[in-house]
Design a protein. Structure first.
Length: 421
């Protein structure tokens, strides 16, 4: 009998060819976008499983459809593993992705017009943290705090407290999508407590690193809510989780369903359960440490070869290059240049960026995916040199072609998990 791939080839050639093309692209080059990773083959199997067929509105033991004995098993396993890994009192694993995950928290505990204190987008925050173009930014009153670029991106907590006292937020939100430092969650909690605010940490980028014990855990600081996506550093399927105190559990669950979404994607929930099981193994902690070690090596190599990094380096898995100051080119040109040598990054705004988002002043890159493929320090040094040389010689086509060959030769030594020969 034909395999599923053979069936796809026989019945939808356009999609089959796109799939094969994407596999070849991923294998030939390297993903250095910090929000991307290569998931486990077991997760790919779960995503293509019969759990795709099942509607499961509600929660284990309280479903609206019959036939739930096996969906209840996988969701309970996922919730229990999430609580164990993050030392959380309650876990909801049904959010379809990161944005609805955050929206579910806001809608559960805020009313339209309520004030939220969150990080400014250009300083590292996420669209759902109150960017004007986000629906959340239109519904709630987001007051934004900034970092201090002149002091390697540190946060002025005295100024943050002053802002909180003046704004009287209902919620203090910390979390980021492009901030290359760790957070002092205890300081955020102290400030929130002083003004009577709820605390929320969106750790989508570093959720896997927290689960692996490599970075601070806001659950340990007593945060009310911690949200994280399950892909990125965690290596799982695309989805989201909400971790919270037991006192908030009923309201959070009602906000996710039926408040915001209908049936959860049970194939993804199965993948989340598998991913969390992997994160409980001792080798996962080793992986997380290697992600951070690789980031340190890559950052130091970039600095040594002419890159100016936002915050001067990194304390996590990512870094942001100010390409305008470093190489005289905007982030779009930098991204396209690196694409041409099979290194995938993404253009990125920098603090108080004078340029528009589609032509920002920087690029963002990180090490989870490269680490997943088995790359280590010496490989990071090679990538750092190639990145630097390509951005210096962005208009030298022959030099870029030569670097592309070198990059792809390196990548050929490190297979992508889940891609067959």
């Amino acid at each position: 009998m034909n395999s599923n791939r053979d069936l796809l080839q026989d019945n939808d050639l356009a999609i089959y060819e796109a799939l094969i093309g994407e596999e070849k692209r991923q294998q030939a080059g390297i993903e250095l976008i910090p929000s991307e990773n290569y998931t486990y083959p077991e997760v790919l199997a779960a995503l293509g499983s019969v759990f795709t067929n099942k509607y499961s509105e509600g929660y284990p033991g309280r479903r609206y459809y019959g036939g739930q004995q096996f969906t209840d098993i996988i969701e309970n396993v996922a919730r229990d593993r999430a609580k164990q890994l993050f030392r959380a009192e309650h876990a909801n694993v049904q959010p379809l992705s990161g944005s609805p995950m955050n929206q579910a928290v806001y809608m559960a505990f805020l009313r339209p017009g309520d004030t939220v204190l969150g990080m400014d987008l250009s300083h590292g925050g996420h669209l759902t943290h109150g960017a004007p173009v986000s629906h959340m930014g239109k519904i709630y009153n987001f007051v934004r705090y900034k970092t201090r670029p002149e002091q390697q991106g540190s946060i002025d907590f005295d100024e943050l407290l002053k802002t909180a006292v003046e704004a009287k937020p209902k919620m203090v939100l910390c979390g980021y999508s492009s901030y290359p430092r760790d957070y002092d969650y205890l300081r955020f909690k102290e400030i929130a407590d002083q003004v009577g605010a709820l605390t929320m940490a969106d750790v989508s980028h570093i959720g896997g690193l927290i689960a692996g014990g490599a970075m601070r855990n806001p659950c340990d600081a007593g945060f009310d809510f911690v949200t994280t996506t399950t892909h990125k550093s965690m290596r799982g399927p695309r989805g989201g989780m909400i971790l919270c105190k037991e006192q908030h559990a009923r309201i959070i669950d009602k906000s996710v369903f039926p408040g915001l979404q209908g049936g959860p994607h049970m194939n993804a929930v199965a993948g989340v359960a598998i991913t969390l099981g992997k994160a409980l193994q001792p080798e996962y902690a080793d992986y997380c440490r290697q992600v951070l070690n690789n980031a340190q090596v890559l950052a130091k190599t970039l600095l040594a070869n002419g890159s100016e990094l936002v915050t001067g380096g990194t304390e996590n898995h990512m870094m942001v290059i100010d390409t305008v100051k470093s190489f005289g080119i905007n982030g779009r040109v930098a991204e396209e240049t690196l694409d041409s040598i099979s290194i995938t990054t993404n253009k990125q705004v920098i603090p108080d960026d004078p340029n528009p988002p589609l032509r920002p002043s920087g690029i963002r890159l990180g090490t989870p995916a490269a680490t997943t493929r088995g790359m280590e320090g010496e490989d990071m040094k090679k990538l750092g040199v190639w990145i630097s040389e390509a951005l210096k010689r962005y208009d030298d086509q022959s030099a870029l072609e030569a670097m592309k060959t070198e990059v792809e030769n390196l990548c050929g030594k490190f297979p992508v998990p889940g891609i067959s020969d």
